[in-house]
Write a protein that binds this ligand. Structure first.
Ligand code: S3P
Length: 174
C-alpha cells in the first residue's frame, strides 16, 4: 500500500530540531523542511526582521499559515519553531496531519546551547546569561503542556538517530 507521511519535530528553541530533522529525513530518504526558513522565504524577511517590524502576533499568523500550507507534502520531516505547537490550533493540526516528535532537554541543557545564539532569536535577544535560565525555566514549564501531547518523546541530548529512525518507523508502521 502506498502511503504518505509527515513527521513534525517539536521542542524548545535550541533543542536541535533542525539538525535532528535533517538527519532523520536523510535516513528515511524523505524531504526536509525547516518551518522558520519557509516563513522567511514567504515573508521575504528574516525572523528577527518580522518580529521587529511587525511584532510577534503577526509572526504567529504567518507561522500558522505556512505550517498549514505544507499539508500536501509527502514523506517529509518538518522541523517547527519552538513556539509553533503552543499557538492557535497548531498542535491539534499537527496531531491530525502527521506524527509529532518532541525533543526534550532540561532547562540547563537548553541554556548551554542557547547562550551562544541569542542574537538571532528575538524572544531571548535582550536577556543576560542569568535572565536566560529564568526565561527558559518559566517558558518551558508553560510550553510543555503542548509539547507533552506529542506522540513520541525523546531525550534531545546525545540523540541517537538510528533509535529515532526505528521509533518513527514502528509508529508509522513502515
Ligand atoms: C520561537 C522559536 C524560533 C522562531 C521564533 C520564535 C519561539 O525557532 O520560530 O524566533 O517562540 O520559541 P527555533 O525554535 O528554531 O529557535
Amino acid at each position: 500500500m502506498l502511503s504518505s507521511h509527515i513527521v513534525y519535530i517539536i521542542g524548545f528553541m535550541g533543542s536541535g530540531k533542525s539538525t535532528a530533522g535533517i538527519k532523520l529525513a536523510s535516513v528515511l530518504g524523505w524531504s526536509f523542511i525547516d518551518l522558520d526558513r519557509r516563513i522567511e522565504e514567504h515573508a521575504g524577511k528574516t525572523i528577527p526582521e518580522i518580529f521587529s517590524q511587525h511584532g510577534e502576533s503577526y509572526f504567529r499568523i504567518l507561522e500558522a499559515e505556512v505550517l498549514k500550507s505544507l499539508k500536501s507534502q509527502t514523506n517529509t520531516v518538518i522541523s517547527t519553531g519552538g513556539g509553533t505547537p503552543c499557538h492557535g490550533d497548531n498542535m491539534d493540526y499537527m496531531l491530525e496531519t502527521g506524527l509529532t516528535l518532541y525533543l526534550k532537554l532540561t532547562p540547563g541543557q537548553l541554556k548551554n546551547r542557547l547562550s551562544e545564539s541569542t542574537r538571532e532569536r528575538p524572544l531571548i535577544k535582550d536577556l543576560s546569561n542569568e535572565g536566560l535560565l529564568g526565561f527558559i525555566d518559566e517558558k518551558l514549564a508553560y510550553r510543555e503542556k503542548w509539547y507533552n501531547r506529542s506522540e513520541i518523546t525523546v531525550e534531545g541530548i546525545n540523540l541517537n538517530i538510528s533509535l529515532l529512525h526505528s521509533l518513527v518507523k514502528s509508529s508509522l508502521n513502515i
